[in-house]
Design a protein around this ligand. Structure first.
Ligand code: SF4
Length: 361
């Protein structure tokens, strides 16, 4: 026997041991069966998560596997999701839907934090204004630019058309891309005021702590908070100077501690991303200890989050390690370091894992 609930732009079908979730436009969001959960991102990437010996595994499905999941999902859900008893290739339907979504932003959306998968993504800048971290190629082929106000209005109009009624299922706004809040503060406030008026939802964003610290002061953050900014996500990666140098991340550690404390005192929460594996074997202990010390100095509370991410080695970073005669971590050593971080981090903030493979919108 199946049980159907409709709430806030979502339709949930519980059928024996299976759970199927879609938005009211019929887009598959989640499907759980056989001890695994399948998530469809708006970009039409399908992710399977399951546990093996207590370890959470995330796997990106290939096209055939994705087609199978979509077929199985809609065989069970189509009569509930669509009024007409339609017969169509639902995979192609979702693929087309993803193309429509990407047209709004004129690009892919490479990454969002794990608690923002179901946000409304609003792009106020393109790319990353720094774009030089050696471990990151998210925006490498994209020129950094700021979107003008008319383009923002057009984007929001298109987002609303795209989601229709199902926009009710979105519980926050995420403004992108990287370093999105690092634009002139008057302009930023004008943008977030407008976004907040349109959606009346909390606003979240990524932020760096080595460019933005030169331009934003406490009052700027207070203004941001008053206009809807709830949490800022900071790619700290490490509290160790040598590791940051290897990553080509221009963070001044002491300055970053003061800057993050300023953000906290404005009433905005933070999400701090730590990169396990960074700095290789040579810096293993210093990376852990200095990062743990860094976090301890911040006085975070339970509204803040520490994300533990795992380094994916890119060529440029690998070359730098080789030049310095440093060996990278094996995957077992990386897991050990994640475990150590969890054990040693002494903070009131929530600690969660951030798997870049699944951090897709
Ligand atoms: S890690 Fe962040 S700051 Fe560094 S290049 Fe990538 S997006 Fe830019």
């Amino acid at each position: 026997m199946s049980f159907i609930s409709r709430n806030d732009g979502l339709i949930k079908i519980s059928d024996n041991n299976e759970i199927l979730v879609a938005d009211t436009d019929g887009r598959m969001l989640y499907y759980s069966y056989d001890n695994a959960t399948y998530r469809r991102t708006l970009q039409n990437v399908f992710l399977k998560t399951y546990f093996e010996k207590n370890k959470r595994i995330v796997y990106q499905l290939n096209e055939n596997e994705s087609r199978y999941i979509v077929k199985r999902f809609y065989e069970k859900a189509k009569n509930v999701l669509f009024k007409d008893n339609i017969e169509k290739d639902f995979y192609e339907y979702l693929k087309y839907d993803a193309e429509k979504m990407k047209e709004i932003y004129k690009s892919n959306i490479p990454i969002v934090p794990p608690d923002q998968y179901f946000s409304i993504y609003v792009k106020i800048t393109n790319g990353c204004s720094w774009n030089k971290c050696l471990f990151c190629d998210l925006y490498k082929n994209q020129k950094y630019s700021v979107i003008d106000f008319n383009s923002l209005k057009k984007e929001i109009h298109e987002i609303n058309n795209y989601f229709g009624e199902s926009i009710k299922s979105r519980k926050s706004v995420f403004i992108g891309d990287a370093n999105a809040i690092n634009i002139n503060n008057n302009l930023l406030i004008e943008y977030i005021k407008y976004i907040h008026e349109m959606y009346n939802l909390d606003i979240y964003s990524f932020m760096d702590v080595f460019i933005t610290n030169k331009t934003k002061k406490l009052n700027d953050f207070i203004q941001m908070r008053d206009n809807g900014i709830k949490r800022l996500y900071i790619g700290l990666e490490s509290g160790n100077v040598n590791v940051l140098k290897l990553l080509n991340k221009n963070i001044d550690v002491n300055n970053a501690i003061n800057f993050i404390s300023t953000i906290k005192s404005s009433g905005i929460d933070v999400g701090i991303i730590i990169l396990a594996g960074a700095g290789g074997i040579k810096n293993y202990n210093n990376h852990v200890n200095d990062t743990v010390n860094f976090i301890e100095k911040l006085n975070l509370d339970k509204k803040d989050i520490i994300y533990l991410s795992r380094l994916i080695e890119h060529d440029e970073y690998q070359r730098k390690l080789n030049l310095n005669g440093i060996a990278g971590l094996t995957s077992d050593e990386m897991e050990e370091q994640v475990f150590e971080f969890k054990k040693l981090l002494n903070t009131n903030a929530k600690i969660a894992e951030y798997n870049i493979i699944e951090a897709l919108y």
